[in-house]
Design a protein around this ligand. Structure first.
Ligand SMILES: Nc1nc2c([nH]c(=O)n2[C@H]2C[C@H](O)[C@@H](COP(=O)(O)OP(=O)(O)OP(=O)(O)O)O2)c(=O)[nH]1
Ligand SMILES: [Mg+2]
Length: 138
């Protein structure tokens, strides 16, 4: 029988905003929310702080060193199979050149097109807040 209690996963998420674009990475086939365009990041390890997880995940996934990050928003979302607590940071300074270090495609998306791309279901409030805060209409 399936467990009635869903795990709550704490996830550090990094938004890299450059001019009017944000960096997305494609989630691999076979993973939860497969093939969606996510902000790079991942689950906290036992005893790890959010910022430490953010730095580790962005180093592992896109090969950059986060030098400065500031909290942007936190949200909880219930998927059918798990709950996630997303701790979203704006990465305001980093070194290195972002690349798909795990073979995943990366994409610089215009802020204005974010609502037309397939992102994880939990991400809609992030898109709305980013557009409200940073989107400059032409
Ligand atoms: N990184 C990231 N995860 C997100 C976003 N939106 C969203 O719902 N999630 C969810 C999808 C997953 O259920 C969870 C992240 O878990 P994950 O398993 O991909 O984390 P991880 O990078 O440590 O993965 P793994 O390689 O160890 O499997 O958060 C997002 O924008 N970025
Ligand atoms: Mg990840």
């Amino acid at each position: 029988m399936a467990s009635l209690v869903k795990p709550l996963l704490h996830v550090a998420v990094g938004v890299i905003l450059h001019q009017q674009q944000v960096l997305l990475a494609k989630r691999a086939a076979g993973k939860h929310q497969a093939n969606r365009w996510e902000f790079p990041g991942g689950k906290l390890e036992q005893g790890e702080t959010v910022v430490a997880a953010l730095k580790r995940e962005l180093a592992e996934e896109i090969g950059i060193t986060v030098l400065e990050a500031e909290p942007f928003m936190q949200l909880q979302h219930e998927y059918p199979e798990r709950c996630v607590l997303l701790d979203i940071y704006l990465v305001t300074d980093f070194s290195g050149e972002p690349h798909g270090a795990e073979g995943q495609p990366l994409y610089w998306a215009e802020l204005s097109e974010l609502d037309r791309l397939s992102l994880p279901d939990a991400n809609q409030p992030i898109v709305e807040k980013l557009q409200a805060a940073f989107l400059v209409s032409a």
